[in-house]
Design a protein around this ligand. Structure first.
Ligand code: PEP
Ligand code: MN
Length: 337
């Protein structure tokens, strides 16, 4: 429920109203510039709209149907800017970032080489999987703790904050030095994991599930936020459709739709969307043109020998070209969103 206050409402009146609502066990969120908007989070079905409308300073009361409150733009009109790592790399609210790195961390040489290369091309966050969600139990599963150690080493060498996927809450202690926790598409609705990751109070990048709606993605973000982390980045990474020419279908319209529904930053993963290295560039350009807050792109120093997702991995020079063209598109499109 949202309560819109009259423009002339005093601070004392706001405080009194907020105290009354908190006393009834509602969480209260204040927003708005010219007029204060009071967002009530909790079971508002027991509240009588008429009683609230009768309060002097109240202009209007509306019931909100959307089941996500913390992620909802109605309660938080400003874009959320998420800061990542000691370098406080900002994403959202006009801050665009390139996240790049291999699908999986494979060796010290591989991750350090790729980290240095993507940094030189303008990437500001390093990706790399240590725990890999593979369809086959016989496929490379990641280097686990050793992979995390190598990512930390790459961070030390380059200063790039790191993002990597967590698959099991039991692994949380291993992720202490990870700057941005990734929830993969397959775990988007692993609600117990979402709750425990939210309690880590670190920034989280959550990927849309293979067959999930945007509302379901927002509900999953809500789980993380309700558990303690307000810093959630949403990632569109392609969904399952009847089309089989691409690995998944990039739902580019997720960007403007999510912009309206939520204040959280939105990034696109063109690599998992199409599954083919040569299509990563056009999808990246489309994403840049539509005003996304970031791109997460797979880059490998030797894609043909990659232990995971080599077909969709860019070489460092190909990534350099994509990064340059993305910057040009952003410069042309600036101000049009
Ligand atoms: C990944 O980013 O390496 C990954 C496994 O992605 P997704 O969860 O989107 O499939
Ligand atoms: Mn991958």
């Amino acid at each position: 429920m949202i309560v819109i206050l009259k423009p002339q409402t005093t601070e004392a009146q706001i405080n009194q109203l907020v105290a009354w609502m908190k006393n009834m066990n509602f969480e209260v969120n204040l927003s708005g510039k010219l007029q204060t908007i009071v967002g009530l989070i909790g079971d508002t079905t027991r509240l009588d709209i008429g009683t609230i409308k009768a309060i002097d300073c109240v202009e209007d009361v509306r019931r909100i149907q959307d089941p996500y409150k913390k992620a909802n733009r109605k309660f938080h009109t400003e874009d959320t800017v998420v800061e990542i790592g000691a370098a406080r790399v900002k994403i959202g609210g006009g801050n665009f970032q390139l996240i790049a790195g291999p699908c999986s961390v494979e060796s010290e040489e591989q991750i350090i080489t790729v980290a240095k290369a993507v940094k030189a091309s303008g990437a500001t966050i390093l990706r790399g999987g240590a725990f890999k969600p593979r369809t086959s139990p016989y496929a490379f599963q990641g280097l686990h703790g050793e992979g995390l150690r190598l990512l930390e080493l790459a961070k030390k060498e380059t200063g790039l904050p790191i993002v990597t996927e967590i698959m099991d809450a039991a692994h949380i202690p291993l992720f202490a030095n990870v700057d941005l926790i990734q929830i993969g598409a397959r775990n988007m609705q692993n609600f117990e994991l979402l709750k425990e990751v939210g309690e880590m109070r670190k920034p989280v990048l959550i990927k849309r599930g293979l067959a999930n709606t945007l509302q379901e993605l927002l509900m999953s973000a809500e789980y993380i936020m309700a558990s303690g982390s307000p810093d959630v980045i949403l990632c569109e990474r392609g969904i399952r459709t009847f089309e089989s020419a691409t690995r998944n279908t990039l739902d580019i319209s997720a960007v403007p739709v999510l912009r309206e529904l939520t204040h959280l930053p939105v990034v696109i993963d063109p690599s998992h969307s199409c599954g083919v290295a040569r299509w990563v560039k056009p999808l990246s350009l489309a994403a840049a043109a539509i005003g996304v807050d970031g791109l997460i792109i797979e880059v490998h120093n030797n894609p043909k020998c990659a232990l995971c997702d080599g077909a969709q991995s860019l070489t460092p020079p190909a990534f350099d070209d994509v990064a340059n063209c993305v910057r040009q598109i952003r410069a042309c499109a600036a101000g049009m969103w």
